[in-house]
Write a protein that binds this ligand. Structure first.
Ligand code: FES
Length: 107
């Protein structure tokens, strides 16, 4: 199925994107596919934190943070209680109708 997700870019512009849930994409890969400006230097290894997003809606449905993700987010000056690494979130129905704001460093 296609999972509808709303993305807010750094200028506050929102767009609804639809991502297939059968390709085991991460949210980071989906954002890149939609040509969002995301560095993702480490390629999804939870090592660079440039795929930092804030969850504006839908936090309660997301899987909990793993230790690696938590440690990496802790290194960010702008981390908040609803921060996640987009590369650590798999696209599935848990992300349905969630709203994410892109925060990571720009290219
Ligand atoms: S892509 Fe590097 S931490 Fe997510």
């Amino acid at each position: 199925m296609m999972v509808p997700i709303t993305i807010e870019d750094r200028s506050g512009q929102r767009q609804l994107i639809e991502v297939p849930d059968d390709m085991s994409l991460s949210l980071m890969e989906a954002l890149k596919a939609y040509e969002y400006n995301i560095l993702a230097t480490c390629g999804g290894m939870a090592l660079c934190a440039t795929c930092h997003v804030q969850v504006l809606e839908g936090m309660e449905k997301l899987p909990p943070l793993n230790d690696v993700e938590l440690d990496m987010l802790d290194t960010l000056p702008d981390v908040t209680a609803n921060s996640r690494l987009a590369c650590q979130l798999r696209i599935d129905k848990d992300l349905e109708n969630a709203v994410f704001r892109i925060c990571g460093q720009e290219i």
